[in-house]
Design a protein. Structure first.
Length: 140
């Protein structure tokens, strides 16, 4: 057997090995998917029905969206606190939102928050949220 034939035979072995490895991984993936609990669409809908949504619009075409389950007694301030921990951003608020990351209220722009399309005029820690609520904070 020449060196060229040995090299070709070695390359064929690598191809077969990779094909076998891919097949093995596909079988493992299939088995794992079969063992996952079957989540029906109405279960997903029930989960979504217990959640509130937060959209942070930075005003420069950048938005961040958060969803999470509502806990009884939760306020908009609590939602912002939880989202800031999960999303790794900073925010400041006295009774209203005054800054997120490096965008602070100033003479030209400020943070305005809405709950279900209604502008919020009360302190954020006084407004309780409910499942399916939509909170929208926009810098403009």
């Amino acid at each position: 057997m020449t060196e060229l034939e040995k090299e070709k035979k070695g390359n064929h072995f690598l191809y077969y090995f990779f094909a076998l490895a891919i097949l093995f991984l596909a079988v493992l993936f299939y088995i794992e998917q079969k063992n996952q609990p079957n989540i029906k669409n109405n279960n997903l809908q029930n989960i979504a029905e217990k959640q509130a949504f937060l959209v942070i619009d930075y005003g420069n075409k950048k938005q961040r969206v958060f969803t999470g389950e509502v806990i009884e007694g939760m306020t908009i301030f609590d939602v912002l606190t939880t989202a800031s921990l999960a999303g790794k951003f900073n925010f400041k608020a006295n009774s209203h939102l005054t800054a997120i990351d490096n965008l602070s209220n100033n003479e030209k722009s400020k943070w305005i928050c809405y709950l279900n399309d209604q502008e919020i005029n009360e302190p954020l820690n006084k407004i309780f949220i409910h499942p399916k609520d939509r909170i929208f904070c926009q810098y403009r």
